[in-house]
Design a protein around this ligand. Structure first.
Ligand code: ZN
Ligand code: ZN
Length: 417
């Protein structure tokens, strides 16, 4: 949305008067390009800085027009709102929730102007409430955000940006172990998006909603095992997860990397939860599948070792806080290290670096071994396998837990057919 509408606005109107016009527009276009580049390289603070410059320039243009014509141009307001929304997203992504709240307060418009930039206004308010919830998980804030999204859902407005942002509320509720609320909201979003076209080669918003709901059910199963109702589990894991498996395989690109990481971890858990069945051959196959998926997660995240493990900001200097346990995970600040120690090391999952750390250590040793065939390498390889299983059984607390045998068999039969 952002870039496109901004460009077309610029072309469609002549902005202000006087000889400075081309200079200020050139500056804006150049900044726009720099913002895009910074975001692509995951340099969040640089991107935020550049967007702030953009907003200042747009404000300057607005002031000039106001001075010469005495009117406020709607397209300038839209322009500013687009920039502010861009900034809100970047600040949210880099976990600077105070900044998000600040911008949301600053963005307040007169009711008249609000009407003209309606969807942006809703989104900025939603981000404001998400940031508030991240800073203070009071019951009041939880209820507020759910009812705020509810009003939007009841209007049946199926806007991709709104659904994507609402999913963040589901993730937060899930990480607070508010499973009833997370599932209720997730299912509403699922109903809202179920008529969306599902494209096999792409992940549509409907797929993402299904995925987020599947993770919620999985986490509830893991954490509140004895309260789990079996029909939920069979619906979400044995059928939908397999469907997702095929779809997510085709997606690439930086924007979905966190999403994909969560996906591999989810599948690993599913395989492990099936492995304690009586069929010896199937059982060992499921175990090695689980190890493979955990390793896929590690392998993918390994390529991002130069990024903060919490906000994913790319490291620009050689100095960084590196976890002394595994010597892999690095952070842009102590604050960000603490933030994902207990949970959320994988975005929106109750998996913290605390339980991933020994796994990372074993993985690094295995990765750095020079001759893969020798005895030492074999030892490290075995150790990594053991750590993977230990992570699944003890780290995630899945030891002794297993899906019902008949369901496992039915599922694998249905896949084979
Ligand atoms: Zn960070
Ligand atoms: Zn570590």
């Amino acid at each position: 949305m952002g870039k496109k509408s901004r460009r077309s606005n610029r072309k469609g109107h002549s902005m202000g008067q006087g000889k400075n016009r081309p200079v200020i527009l050139d500056r804006l276009l150049k900044l726009d390009e720099e913002v895009r580049e910074s975001k692509e390289n995951m340099l969040w603070s640089k991107a935020a800085h550049k967007i702030r410059e953009c907003i200042e320039i747009v404000q300057e243009i607005q002031d000039r027009i106001l001075k010469s014509t005495g009117t406020i141009e709607i397209y300038i307001l839209e322009q500013k709102a687009v920039c502010c929304m861009d900034l809100i997203r970047v600040e949210y992504n880099r976990y600077r929730f105070d900044n998000v709240l600040q911008i949301c307060n600053d963005i307040q418009m007169s009711p008249e102007n609000e009407k003209n930039v309606l969807s942006l206004d809703f989104l900025s308010k939603l981000y404001g409430q998400l940031a508030l919830l991240r800073l203070d998980v009071s019951k009041e804030n939880k209820d507020k955000i759910v009812s705020f999204i509810d009003t939007r859902i009841s209007e049946r407005i199926n806007d991709t940006y709104v659904v994507t942002t609402a999913l963040e509320a589901v993730r937060i509720l899930r990480s607070l172990k508010e499973y009833d609320a997370a599932i209720a909201l997730g299912e509403k979003l699922e109903r809202l998006t179920e008529n969306c076209e599902r494209v096999t080669s792409d992940n549509s918003i409907a797929d993402v909603v299904t995925f987020v709901n599947a993770v919620t059910h999985l986490e509830r199963y893991r954490i509140e095992y004895h309260q789990q109702v079996h029909k939920d589990f069979s619906k979400y894991f044995l059928v939908l997860v397999q469907e997702l498996f095929d779809k997510f395989d085709d997606i690439s690109g930086k924007n979905v990397i966190c999403q994909r990481d969560a996906y591999f971890m989810m599948i690993a858990q599913r395989e492990y939860l099936c492995h304690q069945i009586d069929d010896k051959q199937l059982s060992s196959q499921l175990c090695s599948n689980a190890i493979e998926y955990v390793e896929t997660y590690l392998e993918r995240a390994w390529h991002h070792e130069r990024h903060c493990f919490t906000c994913h900001e790319k490291r620009t200097t050689t100095e960084a806080l590196v976890c002394s346990g595994c010597r892999v995970a690095c952070y842009c600040s102590l604050d960000h290290q603490r933030m994902t120690w207990k949970k959320d090391a994988i975005q929106g999952m109750r998996i913290g670096h605390e339980i991933l750390c020994p796994l990372w250590k074993a993985f690094r040793k295995w990765k750095l071994v020079s001759k893969k065939g020798n005895e030492r390498a074999m030892k490290l390889r075995n150790r990594l396998d053991r750590e993977c299983l230990y992570f699944l059984s003890h780290g995630l607390g899945l030891k002794g837990k297993c899906f019902e045998e008949k369901n496992v068999h039915t599922f694998y039969q249905s896949v084979a057919e």
